[in-house]
Design a protein around this ligand. Structure first.
Ligand code: 4GX
Length: 265
């Protein structure tokens, strides 16, 4: 897969991609990432890329000409039909589904804005979609672009080896991860759960699935609503939820009886 990033800070992109899983993916030729700097598309002595906002107010806006020229130059290096994606908090939320979809493409253009934003006409003329990595305000689109690259790169065929077996994936997809442990068996007085030392792989698998389900139910219940769980997972979840509501009932009963005795809540 080929990715182009349009950015005023190309070294932020290049410097990050040397490491870990992405570094290996690039070294192995499974992924290539190049950058295009709008500043290279200026002709004034000051190499101006920003200007004051129409309508007034503080801050600057990325001016349209250099940015659109950089987008067109970078896009021409990609396979035909590669989507042009502008990163901003106004975009469609990035989820694993979007990452999967992008990972299936031969080419992708990412546009990282700076300042208070870019001239809206560049988004209209030079972007096919807008993606957000989350509901917080950053100072530029480079970290969001790197986030997209990371999420996409690890899904490319051959990038992850043993780290992600398809068997494992199929029974936890859409759920939070289960807890992980390594040696020593007892650390600062805390023991590794006995089931993980049992050697019973069916038991271990069931425990991990149960942990993933329980954590998801407790921390991110919205991920479970409308999820298509396999039968085994659905049964385990019902068991967990019965347990959970029994605990809530017990807690409510304790609170009610202390209330009966006139104690404060
Ligand atoms: N998820 N940023 C975009 C420039 C900007 C400012 C205002 C349009 C309007 C972000 C995010 C994000 C910082 C990228 C500001 N563009 N991108 N940039 N959250 O915060 O994707």
């Amino acid at each position: 897969m080929k990715i182009e990033v349009v950015t005023l800070f190309p070294r932020m992109i290049a410097g990050t991609l040397e490491f870990g899983v992405i570094g290996r993916a690039i070294a192995r030729g499974l992924l290539s990432v190049s950058t295009e700097d709008p500043r290279a598309h200026t002709s004034d002595v000051h190499r101006t890329v920003d200007d004051r906002p129409y309508g007034g107010g503080p801050g600057m806006v990325m001016k349209p000409e250099p940015l659109l020229a950089a987008i067109r130059t970078a896009h021409a290096r990609l396979p035909p039909g590669s989507p042009r994606v502008y990163l901003s908090a106004q975009g469609v939320p990035l989820g694993q589904r979007e990452a999967q979809e992008l990972a299936g493409l031969p080419g992708l253009l990412l546009i990282a804005g700076r300042y208070e934003g870019v001239d809206e006409r560049v988004i209209e003329l030079g972007a096919d979609r807008e993606l957000s990595i989350g509901d917080y305000v950053l100072s530029g689109g480079e970290l969001p672009a790197l986030t997209v690259i990371d999420a996409v790169a690890r899904l490319l065929p051959g990038v992850l080896g043993d780290e992600r077996s398809s068997v494992e994936e199929s029974f936890v997809q859409g759920l939070l991860d289960w807890p992980h442990y390594t040696r020593p068996e007892i650390f600062e007085g805390k023991a590794v759960p006995a089931v993980l030392l049992s050697g019973d792989h069916a038991d271990i698998r069931r425990w991990r699935l149960e942990q993933a389900l329980a954590r998801t139910a407790a921390r991110r219940p919205e991920l479970l609503r409308g999820a298509q769980l396999p039968d085994e997972a659905q049964r385990l979840l019902e068991k967990i939820q019965t347990r959970g509501s029994a605990r809530a009932d017990a807690a409510a009963a304790v609170a009610a009886s202390s209330d009966d005795r006139g104690e404060r809540k």
